[in-house]
Design a protein around this ligand. Structure first.
Ligand code: DAH
Length: 343
């Protein structure tokens, strides 16, 4: 082999050993400059071409071009390999991923959605009313006598400076607003927040959530009420649930009843949660009082109706086994994170 060609071979062998030894991007860059740079070893070899014997010139040029190409490719490959090693350095790919701090629906939102889903399937429209109500819709139109203690500011939160405005104490005024707007047949449920001047304790919160139901048409009976409420709680809590209607009094219904469901924790046999009674109170109900129908211009000689007001926190407590209503309003992430996000 011509001596000049040997020179290329020597440089080539040297390059191969050095690039195999490179272990950092910095080292690789130095090596690239030394061989492939504008004043590098390969550029120097190219400069020799002009002074070569014509017979050897062709072969030398070819060999040198091949070396240059090989060196360029080899540097590029080393670059890729080093980058790959870099990303894996210090990383244990078997570790579990970091938890994502993703928000979740509030349990009361989940329950309210479920309530709306069930009643929609039964043919009820979903409506809403204002949280700031007037005295007429919240009390007068609901047949509440003027002397009734629920009107006192020890019970009801009035808007400062306006005796006529208050935070609604129940969702029942939505019955009135609906019947003012619409004539029978009426079949609605109205979920929403209500407010009372109560001190928080495990079963009381100054703000809580109800769902109002109202069904008015010709020939609506108490049996329809019982069937609808039973069906609702079975969809919500399971098919073994039963309901019980206890005589009670509400100004806007006659007759009135409080609604109990059989305790889902002990199947009615008696436990700590139902205080050994086997039953848990979940809301009020009754046949719409004829006085109320007259107030909204619906003829009680033609139409009858029933209504209910059920507690949504109570549903959530039964569904999820929560024993303190305050937990729903303290925004403790450890509590809220337990209910999952999607449904
Ligand atoms: N508004 C009542 C309350 O908050 C609950 C209630 C009772 C609603 C009877 C009704 C009903 O619609 O018919 O305690």
């Amino acid at each position: 082999m011509h001596e000049k060609l040997k020179g290329i071979e020597t440089t080539r062998g040297q390059f191969a050993r050095e690039i195999d030894a490179v272990d950092s991007p910095g080292g690789l860059e130095q090596l690239r400059v030394r061989y492939l740079g504008r004043k590098g070893l390969i550029a120097n070899l190219f400069k020799q071409i002009g002074g070569l014997d014509p017979e050897i010139r062709g072969e030398f040029g070819k060999a040198l071009n091949a070396f240059k190409q090989e060196a360029t490719e080899r540097v590029e490959r080393a670059e890729r390999e080093l980058a790959e090693r870099e990303t894996l350095a210090g990383v244990d790919p078997t570790l579990p991923p970091r938890p994502r701090n993703q928000g979740a629906y509030h349990p009361l939102t989940l329950v309210e959605r479920e309530v709306k889903r069930i009643f929609s399937k039964m043919g009820f429209a979903i409506v809403r009313g204002p949280e700031i109500e007037d005295v007429w819709h919240n009390f007068d139109a609901l047949n509440t006598p003027h002397w009734h203690p629920s009107r006192d500011d020890t019970d009801t939160l009035y808007i400062e400076g306006d005796d006529n405005l208050l935070l609604r104490t129940e969702t029942s005024p939505v019955q009135i607003r609906t019947m003012q707007r619409q004539k029978p047949p009426i079949r609605i449920v109205a979920p929403g927040r209500v407010f009372r001047n109560d001190k928080p304790d495990p079963t009381h919160s100054p703000m809580f959530t109800q769902v109002e139901g109202l069904y008015v048409d010709r020939g609506v009976t108490f049996a329809d009420l019982k069937g609808t409420v039973l069906q609702f709680y079975r969809h919500l809590l399971g098919w073994r649930i039963s309901t019980r209607f206890r005589p009670h009094f509400f100004p806007f219904t006659e007759p009135s009843a409080e609604v109990d469901v059989s305790c889902p924790f002990c199947a009615g046999s008696g436990c700590r949660i139902c205080k050994q009674s086997g039953w848990i109170e979940v809301g009020g109900s009754g046949m719409v009082d004829p006085n109320v129908l007259e107030i909204v211009d619906i003829d009680p000689e033609i139409y009858t109706g029933w209504a209910f007001g059920l507690g949504i926190e109570r549903m959530a407590m039964l569904l999820y086994g929560v024993d303190d209503i305050r937990l729903f309003y303290e925004n403790d992430i450890r509590f809220l994170a337990q209910f999952g996000g999607r449904r």
